[in-house]
Design a binder for this molecule. Sequence first.
Ligand SMILES: Cc1ncc(COP(=O)(O)O)c(C=O)c1O
Length: 338
Amino acid sequence: MAALELPPRVDLARRPTPLHYLARASERWGQGHRLWVKRDDLSGCLLSGNKVRKLEFIVAHALAEGCDTLITCGGVQSNHCRATAFAGAQSGLSVHLLLRGEEPAASEGNFLLDQLAGATINCYPKRQYVSELPDLFVHWQEHYARLGRKALAIPTGGSDGLGAWGYIAACEELKADLASADIDSAHLVTATGSGGTQAGLTLGASLYGLPLTVWGVNVCDDEQYFLDKVAADSADWRSRFPAVPPVSPEVRVLDGYVGEGYGVAGPEVFALIAELAALEGLLLDPVYTGKAFQGMLAELAAGRFRDCRDIIFLHTGGVFGVFPQAQNFKLAGASVRG
Ligand SMILES: Cc1ncc(COP(=O)(O)O)c(C=O)c1O
């Protein structure tokens, strides 16, 4: 394929992120497969994780459109909102966050970081958030317009046809990773929450002709929801960038690992996070990556990946989500020897 022309982007992420081989995890769970991790948790400290790749394109678009403010939305502990708050602060843009749920009594995790980054925050009760979100965006955009300002509305997770470029572009990086690690073909597993990472990877792997089978482990909703969401983001991408080459890749979802619901993980996920941290020094979170890694291991054990020796887990970040759920880890505690 001729080099793909990317839209403008600002430089916010530490790229390329490393691809690491997990020797001990491969021995422990691999059953003959080689397990790898693409360390997008190292894409930055405060801008860590998958969101920054999308925000590089979204912020560039906001600046090109003459916006001075970014408005976006998510849960009270949203990684996307925290990343947007810091991307805005780093780019000289104001950020306004519309958060789902009552204002927490204590400022911790991402909610604390949002405030430190100077974001304006409104918390809405869940029912109001769910039923009125589009109106809330319009309300605040009009509010800024009345002040002579211009605000860009960024959808949940930065997932749309513009944000999709983040992981389309990451596929160029993955192409080099595969070559340097001598990987002929692999399964690539990511957590999927608002679908944009999966949409970008699925489109990008096809556009760059990568020998990757992309899987999203859904951490909310179900398979059908993500089939539709990735299709919608892909259609939005095509309509906003009509010159892109034609591709219609297959979307693959590994359903069955949501547990009790979004943000609620069972004891097995907390145990797995602790085990992997001690085994490999790799930290997952209970909302996204812990569930996705658990799903990947369960599917591996069931033979899903038997046609390929290599399996790559995309570490999409989320470390700040660990701390508000610290009480769910069963820790041995410190031992003091005399
Ligand atoms: C740490 C982490 N991993 C994965 C995801 C899922 O990415 P996406 O929203 O693009 O599906 C998110 C956000 O939703 C996230 O914060």
